[in-house]
Write a protein that binds this ligand. Sequence first.
Ligand SMILES: *Cc1c(COP(=O)(O)O)cnc(C)c1O
Length: 422
Amino acid sequence: MNLFEESKKYIPGGVNSPVRAFGSVGGEPVFVQKSKGAKIYDVNGKEYIDYVCSWGPMILGHTDDDVVNSICEQAKLGSSFGAPTELELRLAKKVVELFPSIDMVRMVSSGTEAVMSAIRLARGFTKRDKIIKFEGCYHGHSDSLLVKAGSGALTFNQPSSPGVPSDFAKYTLIAQYNDIDSVKNLFKENKNEIACVIVEPVAGNMGVVLPEDNFLEDLRKVCDENEAILIFDEVITGFRLSEGGAQKYFNVMPDLTTLGKILGGGLPVGAYGGKREIMEYVSPVGPVYQAGTLSGNPLAMAAGFKTLDKLCADGFYSALREKSEYLWKGFAKNLEKLGINFCFNKIESMGCLFFTNEKVNSFSTAVKSDTKLYAKFFHEMLKRGINLAPSQFEAMFVSAAHTDNELDITIKAHFESLKAVL
Ligand SMILES: *Cc1c(COP(=O)(O)O)cnc(C)c1O
């Protein structure tokens, strides 16, 4: 039986999240049966060294023994109560302890939900409706955020998806990443109307794009001057760049932070948190409503707590950095040997090769990458047992479980694959 063909009869596109369908690289998705360490295994028993890491969460590597044990132990006690638990308190305390700008945190079940709720809170708190996001930044699929810049007017944007009323999308203003003037202009044109600016402090959904010097600091300043809330969407960067996320890494403090992915240790979790004064605006202490039947789910809290506990161990991030640097250096040497000049953006354990010689620091430069060439490269890597994201505009992630041998195999495959496609 062809699982993909069969799945397409019952699930739209055969997948429960669109990029998984291999639409932008062609071919058929790998159906995964199990995973361990740096590897995933497909239903035919073929193994792959994995750099998708479930799109970020598996920073410890797949199927970590301690995380699995925590989940199993909790499962025996109960998987959902719909009542407060000590586990939630423990995880909340941990997040507050690790994230410098977070005084209080609310757990939800996905990154999308976290961002949607943070935006509602920012709007409720400031009593303003408009928000600023950056072209190429992804913040989940809620209506307000599924908007990118149309080629037309900056203020009245076209929604990116049918089903998002344009009347609604017009409250989402689009700025350009690493271009503080584009933000200042929007504030000027919409005086006292902007509730918040939301940004991925390192963009991880248009490939990997780093903030340039002072970009985050300037965002902080512009938000303060306009009494708008600054939201860092750290669904990827939280616990990835450091145990205190990008805010600790760059030492720039947002008012609100959204978390997800690593926070759940592979189970469905999101969270939003920030200054006490703002968070106390959330129901039941405040007027902004937000709720969830499975929020703070005990299995997810157990997996998340164990994951954070392990990445707080001494030397965790330096060891992960060392592995990542080794891989990035290997890649750089390969490019040099092949005499190609493609842009490789990286920070800590996240990286992305763009198939363009131009510097990539924004959405408009990211889309200059030759995505057809990426698709070929992707399949050459897959053939050699290396699993990358099936899209140019995603990050690759190194986990703590990747061994030196696996990194060496990857570097060799990278060389051969590039050579094959050029
Ligand atoms: C993945 C992601 C989200 C959405 O999280 P889901 O759990 O997929 O809903 C939001 N923001 C960023 C930056 C992300 O990378």
